[in-house]
Design a protein around this ligand. Structure first.
Ligand code: ATR
Length: 291
């Protein structure tokens, strides 16, 4: 019987993770299948107990269970503990170990595009939820100077309070989310990252952007971590302003690549994964990172 790697979340019908993870499994001809385990909030403990089966290699954890799985697993690595969220579990002889590869996925997508040129540069991160936390931690490790702006200022303050211990002097601050503050910050930023849900397909704010187009500097790199749609309103505006753009599909694939490496100990076949992701999105031949 084939071994299993599970995707645990709800709903999972639109997820493209099965497409690109199975591509990675097949690249190495592993006798394994990547399966969706759609899980109701009340069933998380039972699902994780099933994951302890020797036949299960591990899992990806997605919305809405990234935080709620933590009490039911045996150990959590330092980064995932700091972030308070797990997106990858490895089953090691019945012991479940939790990791968070979102930040690594973000950074790898960014480095592919910039060649690492963001060190010492200034970044504006919009949002203060779980995704923003992973991105901010990754940027701090990449030695970027980060300003976090969020609609609910208290949440940005809390993010800074929790992560300031990982920042150097003057490396991390929270800012108010008003036009004059955003205008001032964005003009000085080499990198602007959207970590909010604004612009996401099927959301209330589909086709919206938090940053007025005239505040996007042409010298900036604009990264929207939303994968669907591939080109959000923010990225459309950024392109029109002459800024470089990175979409969320590359981050999605790279966080999955890091998970694959944790499960198997083998280098992820990133090109095969990117090709499968493109195919699953119905966009063969489209460039994922920048343009
Ligand atoms: P995730 O875990 O994916 O980061 P989340 O924790 O729900 O998701 O965070 C969503 C982020 O999008 C938050 O920063 C949220 O701002 P608030 O903290 O003020 O709620 C932001 N967001 C969602 N809708 C928004 C909107 N219409 N305008 C501004 N920010 C919005």
């Amino acid at each position: 019987m084939s071994r299993q790697i599970a995707l645990i979340g709800r709903p999972l019908s639109h997820s493209i993770s099965p497409a690109f993870q199975q591509a990675a499994i097949d690249y190495y001809s592993l006798d394994a299948v990547y399966v969706k385990w759609e899980t109701e909030p009340g069933d998380v403990e039972e699902t994780l107990n099933n994951l302890r089966d020797p036949n299960c290699i591990g899992a990806n954890i997605t919305v809405p269970h990234k935080e709620t799985v933590i009490p039911y697993i045996d150990s959590v690595d330092d980064l995932a503990r700091v972030l308070g969220a797990v997106n990858t579990i490895v089953n090691r002889d019945g012991q479940l170990i939790g990791y968070n590869t979102d930040g690594e996925g973000f950074l790898r997508a960014l480095r592919e595009q910039t060649g690492g040129a963001i060190r010492g540069q200034r970044a504006l991160v919009m949002g203060a939820g779980g995704a923003a936390r992973a991105v901010v931690m990754a940027l701090l490790r990449a030695r970027t100077v980060v300003t976090v702006a969020n609609r609910t200022k208290e949440r940005a303050d809390k993010l800074v309070e929790d992560l300031i211990q990982y920042a150097g002097p003057g490396q991390l601050e929270a800012a108010a989310f008003d036009i004059s503050t955003l205008s001032d910050i964005s003009s000085r930023c080499a990198l602007i990252v959207n970590c909010t849900t604004v612009g996401m397909r099927h959301s209330q704010d589909e086709d919206e952007s938090l940053l007025p187009a005239d505040l996007i500097p042409s010298h900036a790199i604009v990264f929207d971590i939303i994968a669907n749609p591939l080109e959000t309103r923010l990225l459309q505006d950024a392109k029109r302003c002459g800024a470089r753009t990175i979409n969320g599909l590359s981050m999605l694939v790279y966080q999955g690549a890091a998970a694959f490496e944790l499960w198997t100990g083998m280098p992820a076949p990133v090109e095969a994964m990117l090709a499968a992701a493109r195919e699953a999105m119905g966009m063969d031949g489209v460039t994922l990172v920048g343009e």
